[in-house]
Design a protein around this ligand. Structure first.
Ligand code: ADP
Length: 309
């Protein structure tokens, strides 16, 4: 039996660094180039798998050099790959990233490639058996939205609990998507877009955003707050709880949210209480920001249980 099935995106990150970002039309000499394994779905799957649970992934790669390399990455991490297809005649999805090291700002273009072909029918065909035999299903919004909805519907039909990370966020999602998720995990920007509230400033604003999410049909709501940890609405206790993150020296926060979602999923799948899962997710995500890279920075079975934070 699989603990967690993740239905989502796989992107190869191609990162060029320069002293500053180029202007339109300008060719600029860079200072460094790196590739990295990315895509929110894949990141969350790897973060969960590294905590010692069994994960499976449903998604697509191109049958090209990046696709083959990424497939090997899933295998070497121990993820079940029967839900992953390498497609002919389509490139693996890439995120082309430029970073200006003077300000740390970036430009990102995502070319979805094979990830765009993760259609609702593919999710049903390649994912239903995995979903129905899992303890938990996780999805985001980097595949066609109808496909995430399909994954959530299939999970519900089979009585499997779900986690939804509405990222990248868009407004106007169908209400059904919120009603189908047992846990929604989102950051402040995503909460603003989905709730329709302008710049959230304080605890009151955060609680107003959560109230909007409840109106949409969400039950357990986890709002991540970067170095400030998380604010949680626990539906079984009908109460808010604030969780602090440990003070750490953050060197790269890319993928922190994905690390959080993956660790939270691993904890819920093995039966942790919601509050324990949040504490562990914070511990893992806050550990990851102390190292460079995305998947590269995710901890292996760190389990900083009930860290005093
Ligand atoms: P996202 O990466 O989606 O924007 P957040 O910035 O809210 O998400 O971060 C997710 C989690 O990562 C936080 O709840 C926290 O545990 C951890 N985290 C992020 N930034 C920091 C930081 N500067 N110091 C400590 N923990 C951090």
């Amino acid at each position: 039996m699989t603990d967690v099935t993740v239905v989502g995106s796989i992107f190869m990150d191609l990162i060029c660094y320069a002293d500053r970002l180029p202007k339109p039309g300008e060719t600029l000499g860079g200072t460094d180039f790196q590739t990295g394994y990315g895509g929110k779905g894949a990141n969350q799957c790897i973060a969960a798998q590294r905590l010692g649970i069994k994960t499976a992934f449903v998604g697509k790669l191109g049958k090209d050099a990046y696709g083959k390399e990424y497939y090997e990455n899933f295998l070497s991490e121990g993820v079940s790959v029967e839900g992953i297809t390498l497609e002919d005649n389509v490139p693996t999805g890439v995120a082309s990233i430029m970073v200006g090291t003077d300000t740390g700002e970036n430009f990102i273009i995502i070319a979805e490639g094979a990830t765009k072909l993760v259609t609702p029918s593919y999710v049903k065909e390649a994912g239903e058996a995995l979903i129905s035999s899992s303890k938990l299903v996780v999805c985001q919004l980097e595949i066609p939205h109808e496909s995430s909805l399909t994954a959530l519907r299939l999970a519900k039909q089979h009585g499997v609990p779900t986690i939804f990370n509405p990222a990248p966020a868009v407004s106007g999602l169908p209400k059904e998507i919120f009603q189908l998720c047992d846990h929604i995990i989102l950051n402040e920007t995503e909460a603003e877009i989905i709730s329709g509230l302008e710049k959230i400033q304080d605890q009151l604003g955060l609680e107003q955003a959560i109230e909007k999410l409840k109106e949409l049909g969400c039950t357990n709501i986890i709002l991540t707050l970067g170095s400030d940890g998380a604010l949680v609405w626990d539906n079984s206790r009908k109460s808010y709880e604030r969780f602090q993150a440990p003070k750490v020296k953050a060197v790269d926060t890319t993928g922190a949210g994905d690390c959080f979602v993956g660790a939270y999923a691993a904890c819920i799948a093995r039966g942790d209480e919601l509050s324990t899962a949040v504490r562990n997710a914070i511990a893992n995500a806050s550990d990851s920001v102390q190292r460079k890279g995305t998947q590269k920075s995710f901890p292996y079975k760190i389990e900083i249980f009930l860290i005093d934070c």
